[in-house]
Structures are given as C-alpha cells and as structure tokens.
Write a protein that binds this ligand. Sequence first.
Ligand code: FNR
Length: 391
Amino acid sequence: MAPQFGDYQYEIYLDGLQGVLPDHPMTFAGLAAGAEAALPPSVWSYVAGGAGDEHTQRANVSAFERWGLVPRMLVGARQRDLTVDLFGLSLPSPLFMAPVGVLGLCAQDGHGDLATARAAARTGVPMIASTLSADPMEEVAAEFGDTPGFFQLYTPTDRELASSLVERAEAAGFRAVVVTLDTWTTGWRPRDLATANFPQLRGHCLANYTSDPVFRSRLAKSPEDDPQGAVAHFSGVFGNPLGWADLPWLRSLTTLPLLLKGICHPEDVRRARDAGIDGVYCSNHGGRQANGGLAALDLLPDVVAAADGLPVLFDSGVRSGADVLKALALGATAVGVGRPYAYGLALGGSAGVVHVLRSLLAEADLIMAVNGYPALADLSSALRRAPGGIG
Ligand code: FNR
C-alpha cells in the first residue's frame, strides 16, 4: 500500500492529548519568521532574498492563487496513491528537495547538507545535492539511506574539473545529474549587495571543490594552507556560459539520467530533447537570478507540452501541499521546494526538514482525500482558473 501521508495529522493530534505541541511551525509564514530569528541576518537575507525588487519571486508564489482544485464527492478516496516513476525509480511521492547551495550555513552545526540528506533518508523525499556544499558529495550521499539522491552540477569552465565532479557523483551513488543553466553568473541581488555578502567568496560551501583532485591539482598551495588561493581559483572557474554546442560534451560525461535546470521556453525544451537530455527542470531559480520574469508556474504548461512525455521537474514558489498538487495538475512529473525546507533546517536541523516535508505531503494527501482524487492522474481534470484570474 502506498504511504498515507495525511496520517501525520493524527500523530500531531494524538501528541496534543499528552499536552505535546508540534516542535516547528505549521505554516510557511511561521517557518519564515522562525528562520529569520534563527539565522544570522546576512544568511537570512541571502536565503530569503531574490533578484531586483523581487517581483518575480513574489509572482512565483501568487501565480498559484490563480488556480483552484475542484472537489469531487462520493469517490471514497480512502487510499491515495502519490507514487511516481522517475527515470525508472519508483518514488513514494512527487516531492523533491531542490538544490540549495548554502545548506551548510542554514544549519546550526554547519553541516546542513548532511542533515538534509538524513531527512531524505527518513522521508523518501529525494535531495538534489548542490555543487556548493559544506561537506563533500560522497559524505552527503552516504546519508541518503534507501532514498535516491541526485547531483546538481554547476559546470565549471575547467572541463576536467567538470568531468571529475560528475565521475565522483556517479561513484558516490547519485542517480541523476542536474545541470543548472541559469547561474553561470550571479543575478542582481540588492539584499546581498547592500551587505556586500556573497557566501562562497567568503570561503563557505566549497567542499566539493577543495576535496576534488583536479581542483587541488590546479592550486599552487593546498586549500588548507592557502584558503584564499582556493577561493580565488574557485571564482575563476565557477561560471561557464554554456551554449547548445556544449551539450554533446555534457551528455558524454555520464550515462546517468541528465537533466537541464532553468528551462522555461518550449523551444529550449525541444532542443534539449534533440540533444538526448533525459528530463527538463522548469524553474526560475526561485526568482533569485533574473527579475522581471513571469512566474515559473505560468511557463510550466508550455514546457510540459513541448516535453511531449519527457519528465518535467518543477520548482519556484511552491509553499504548500496545495501548490504541489497544482503544479502536478499542470503537468509536472515531480515538484521541488527550496526555501521551505531551508527554513525548516534553520529551525530544527534534520528534524525541521522532516517536519516541513511531512507537512507538505500530508496537506497534499489530505486534499486528495477530501476532494476525491485517489490518484495523481485525477488532478489534471480537477484544475480550473480562478474567476477573475489574470491571463
Ligand atoms: C537556491 N537554488 C539553487 N539552485 C541550484 O541549481 N543550485 C544551487 O546551489 C542553488 N542554491 C540556492 C540557494 C538558495 C539560498 C536558494 C533559496 C535557492 C535554487 C533552488 O534550487 C530552487 O530553484 C528555488 O529555491 C525554488 O524556489 P523556492 O522554492 O525557494 O521558491
């Protein structure tokens, strides 16, 4: 039987009979307020902030309000099945954790990547581990338990280094490689500019580089003896403005499923298909990279249509179980969250992440129960534009 995620609410109500209240907030707003209080101000700004005046970041969230799920009665949806198949992997739910490059800083002990991987192990929700990590990818992967993990590649300009990172990901047991395309340079982020704060330039979350034999071979002195030299070399090789001509090379790096993150235009989807990519990941980086864009959710239907059956991962603006269902109804194969679990991590380490993931899944599951959708396939016919919604 597929897991019934909604049962989380019974655990909480039963604990309440013993006078025990949930350790962590039950709403996104509560998580955000708690994380703001828990994190140093510069880390909070970096995680919560986005590009420009953050219009696109807000649009990502408000776009979900223009859609609604229509209930069906007398369906008796006693059992719900949220399982999905992704690249031959059978996952208990369509939820995943988007790559977040400062998890190390979000956790009180500095090891947020490991804590997040442990939350993946406990929930079955896959983590896409960022290239930017406070612990090496091998140590992150060792915490996944039976849950598959995916590796997110920021492709360096040094091709041998790129190849080494991907080889290490394969050897460490990652099950797919996600290449992020929208961040070869950093977008204009006023909050971080105002504090002149960019964590990696301060040496944070570079463990995948400093542990890499190719990266180390390029340095005059070891990163342990000359941390500044390592940071300088990192900033020199980090951003690679890839072109379509680079895709055959990227494809040649691995036999693992290869996905492209940041794909929002149907023509780009078609070109990715032609290049033998295994899936596209529709995302605008949570509004952190380019302001002035449409909500990612509004771009999803055209991406799905162009994908023509190719898996489509989605993130940007997902804040609730209802949002997860709406993205699925618009054709996403799997749906990611970024800030929500980063806030859970800031508040409660691995347990905080588990709470956030279980809450998202419980809400999604209970909406399916109440609204009479036993299976994810029932969602597409349940979605309507809200009256008065724009566009
Ligand atoms: C990110 N994101 C990101 N993406 C990526 O491919 N590699 C990375 O290292 C990071 N780092 C990162 C740091 C922080 C602090 C945030 C908030 C986000 C983007 C992330 O994968 C995802 O696209 C967004 O977070 C999704 O939007 P929401 O859920 O945060 O609205």
